[in-house]
Ligand binder design. Structure first.
Ligand code: GLY
Length: 374
């Protein structure tokens, strides 16, 4: 079945959630209006920033991305203005530099990158290209993009599959293949070393930075080494799908499908992913954010393969997020509850700006908006 036909089967749901977004987001925006930080989570009913790294906190692109999503949904200038205000704040991260990391993709592709693609702003183009150049500068020709700083020279993480989109776009903007080629070397390494035969993935792989030999596979944000952190599965699912969309390389599509099959098998009957699909029996820790990211990937897979299984799985997750996790009241400026930063951290059952962004992105896809943020 064609994607547009699939969409017709749940247009009522997409419309209802859109109306709830239109009602809630003016309040969320008003609460952010004069802050000197970018909203990440909620404490005592008010927006709060990321826990460390200041303006370099890796999720700081998601608030402007939420604003662009609302701009696409409503056409209202106030959302564009707030996206641009946050994009200006992000310049502080370029000036800091020391705390920047591979997540420059998350930070600038969906803020300045989207601004440039929607408005043609030359300042936004330059910001996006600066971020892409920083990301390309983290490439180790042994075969991977280095994730973090300090002594983490050989560390690569599955989340980086999403940052690669900044490099694909940089090649598209400039016609220079260098960026895309770096991204594809990293994606090929991720495909070989992160994705397991059953479709599950590791969060972190520590390579020897000289030889690419695997030195360690730590637990990362999941339960344990060898476990299956659900957000990592979602990054892989959507990330490989996007790498396929940007390059046409079949192996990326096949990998995304393998990870998707695993994700669909593992996601609970209630539609909300556990924090780690292999956490101990009886442990009910959830991550709504993993569901929202995976739903975006599943919808793109449904579109490209014309397969209803992906569409149905995405819609069932989105309905669960709406019914169980969404706070449509004004008790909180954020939408989705029950997100988890990491299994062993303290940040359990919190709101996170990227969960809300991916939820909005999925709803836009369900409405038939073909603009790809990534
Ligand atoms: N490491 C990024 C995340 O929490 O998904």
């Amino acid at each position: 079945m064609k994607f547009d036909e699939m969409r017709q089967t749940c247009s009522g749901f997409a419309e209802q959630v859109s109306e709830k977004l239109k009602k809630k987001m003016p309040f969320s925006l008003e609460k952010a209006g004069n802050l000197d930080f970018i909203p990440y989570t909620v404490r005592n009913g008010a927006w709060a920033p990321g826990p460390f790294d200041g303006i370099c906190w890796w999720t700081n692109g998601f608030w402007p991305a939420e604003m662009w999503a609302m701009y696409r949904l409503t056409g209202e200038e106030r959302y564009k203005a707030e996206a641009e205000r946050a994009e200006n704040l992000l310049d502080g991260a370029f000036r800091d530099f020391d705390h920047l990391h591979h997540d420059v993709g998350f930070m600038w592709l969906i803020s300045s990158g989207v601004n440039y693609r929607l408005t043609g702003s030359d300042l936004s183009r330059r910001r996006t290209m600066l971020a892409a150049t920083l990301l390309a500068g983290r490439f180790n020709p042994a075969g991977f993009i280095r994730a973090w700083n300090e002594d983490h020279m050989g560390w690569a993480i599955i989340d980086c599959m999403m940052n690669l989109n900044l490099l694909y776009r940089a090649s598209e903007f400039t016609g220079d293949p260098r960026f895309r080629k770096i991204a594809m070397v990293h994606a090929d390494t991720a495909l070989r070393h992160f994705v397991r035969p059953d479709g599950s993935c590791s969060h972190i792989v520590v390579f020897d930075p000289e030889t690419l030999e695997v030195r360690d596979i730590p637990a990362g944000q999941g339960y344990a080494s060898g476990s299956s952190w659900s957000r990592g599965q979602a990054w892989a699912l959507y990330g490989f799908t996007l790498s396929f969309l940007h390059t046409g390389k079949k192996a990326y599509l096949e990998t995304a499908q393998k990870v998707a099959a695993y994700f669909i098998r593992e996601v609970q009957a209630d539609g909300i992913p556990k924090c780690d699909f292999r956490q101990p029996e009886g442990d009910n820790l959830k991550d709504a954010c993993a569901g929202a990211i995976a739903a975006c990937g599943l919808l793109e897979l449904a579109k490209v393969t014309e397969t209803e299984t992906y569409f149905d799985a995405a819609v069932s997750v989105l309905k669960a997020l709406d019914h169980v996790c969404a706070d449509w009241s004004e008790d909180s400026p954020a939408i989705l509850k029950y997100c988890t930063g990491s299994y062993h951290g303290n940040d359990h059952n919190i709101a996170m700006n990227y969960a809300d962004f991916f939820f909005m992105e999925a709803i836009l896809k369900l409405r038939g908006d073909a603009f790809l943020f990534w």
